[in-house]
Ligand binder design. Structure first.
Ligand code: SAM
Length: 434
């Protein structure tokens, strides 16, 4: 390494240590990949600790690598001269320019500059936004942002929802998985993939080694999403055509199903539970199953002759049963508002985390049955999928069936279309059109 490169790296180290780093760019790429334009480097504060984030800017995509600071400076030293002919560092007080000509001595110039403000590290920014529209180019490919990174008119609510989902996902993952480790996520009924890309991109940028599979009934959406993933160079993100009920999720660490229609949410919940996913997130929609079967107790009969109240009550009972069944199956469950109802009516989220030590199932099973019994519900899709008889005359899941024997151990479901393995095709009925 020449003195000039060493001095440049010293400036960068000092800027990182003193919080004075404004911008660092490696430019004038030499050979190698003709689509690579430059590399942008900046310090970020991740939960795993400080890192240097390298964004490799290609013609149509960005690739991000987060490295521990010293590993980052070593990489920069290796890239300078070999892969890039110039580097610019802007700090709050200085501009440092390095030129490494193909032949001849490297030159370093320092100029003081008008005091600039250091941008906040990602940790500070992430409180507001995990998905930055200027960096996440997939948002443009999916029609959410303009080429320049502005949010398209009419897509503001979608953009807020995407960010809110990423925030919830990161928050719910807190403490569940080793920081920055390898993880698999399954998105059931992923539609146009907004939230699938959001999960993949935000977790990659946060340093996780994440692999994501999206499953969607509509082949046109699957083709679109695979095209966007390929163009973005998103290794480990794939989409496949199929139904939720007909897909083997293998052993995902995280399973999500957002706005999957009616009982498709139950299919997804059952898949997540039976596969032993550590975290399950669902945002249910169109609760059609229970409404015709509600037999409310006498005090509620008058109120529930009004269609809208019956509809809301059916939604409430459906989601309350889902939460109670998740608890019976060994999960801690939280139900909360996903996004303000002003943005979408489908605004409820159920988050379930698998308990290390399941609670005794007897009382939990009784709670499920009491709730179902109160509304005269004898059957519900998730209960059926889990082999949990709601009717009192059935087998007692709390005492006998529910001792855990009817819930397979994680990974005991047949495998075959695991992460990175081509899908085995779809089975089961196709859902109503989205
Ligand atoms: C309302 S969209 C939501 C898409 C995405 N999850 C989101 O929140 O942006 C529901 C999607 O789920 C798909 N879907 C519904 N039922 C399904 C099933 N049983 N199997 C696979 N896909 C399903 C639909 O085709 C549709 O694209």
């Amino acid at each position: 390494m020449t003195d000039a490169v060493r001095q440049f790296l010293e400036h960068a180290r000092a800027a990182q240590a003193g919080g004075a780093w404004v911008k660092l760019t490696l430019g004038a790429p030499r050979g190698g990949d003709p689509t690579l334009r430059k590399v942008l480097v900046r310090p970020v504060d991740l939960r795993a600790g400080p890192r240097l984030s390298f964004v490799y800017r290609h013609d149509t995509r960005d690739l991000t690598k987060n490295l521990e600071p010293e590993a980052g400076f070593t990489l920069m030293g290796e890239l300078l001269g070999r892969a890039f002919g110039s580097a610019h560092l802007f700090t709050t007080e200085t501009e440092v320019e390095l030129q490494v000509p193909a032949s001849g001595e490297p030159r370093l110039r320092c100029r003081s500059q008008a005091r600039a403000k250091a941008p906040p590290s990602r940790h500070d920014r992430s409180r507001h936004r995990l998905i930055d529209p200027r960096e996440a180019r997939w948002l443009h490919a999916l029609g959410v942002t303009t080429r320049e990174g502005g949010v398209c008119r009419g897509m503001e609510a979608k953009f807020r929802q995407i960010n809110k989902f990423a925030e919830i996902l990161h928050h719910q993952m807190g403490g569940l998985f080793p920081e920055g480790g390898a993880l698999t996520l399954m998105d059931m009924g992923c539609g146009k993939g907004y939230l699938t890309f959001a999960a993949y991109d935000s977790l990659r940028r946060a340093g996780w080694e994440i692999r994501v599979r999206g499953v969607e009934a509509r082949e046109d959406l699957v083709t679109l999403c695979n095209g966007v993933a390929k163009a973005g160079g998103f290794d480990g993100l794939s989409f496949e055509a199929g139904t939720i009920a007909g897909t083997d999720p293998a052993n995902p660490d995280i399973l999500v199903a957002l706005h999957a229609c009616d009982t498709a949410t139950d299919d997804a919940l059952a898949k997540g539970i039976l596969a032993g996913a550590s975290l399950i997130l669902v945002a249910p929609c169109c609760h059609k199953e229970l409404r015709p079967h509600l037999r409310p107790p006498p005090p509620l009969r008058g109120a529930l002759r009004h269609g809208i109240l019956l509809e809301r009550q059916a939604e409430f009972v459906t989601d309350a049963l889902r939460a109670a069944l998740l608890e019976w199956a060994g999960y801690d469950t939280r139900v909360f508002e996903f996004i303000s109802p002003e943005h979408t009516a489908r605004n409820l989220m159920i988050a379930a985390t698998k308990r290390v030590r399941p609670r005794p199932q007897g009382l939990l099973a009784a709670a499920v049955r009491d709730l179902a019994g109160h509304y005269g519900i004898a059957s519900q899709h998730l209960a059926v999928r889990l082999g949990f008889p709601l009717a009192a005359s059935g087998a007692d899941p709390g005492g006998r069936v529910g001792t855990g024997r009817n819930l397979p151990e994680r990974g005991s479901e047949p495998t075959g279309s695991g992460f990175g393995v081509p899908p085995s095709g779809s089975q089961g009925a196709m859902p109503p059109s989205a």
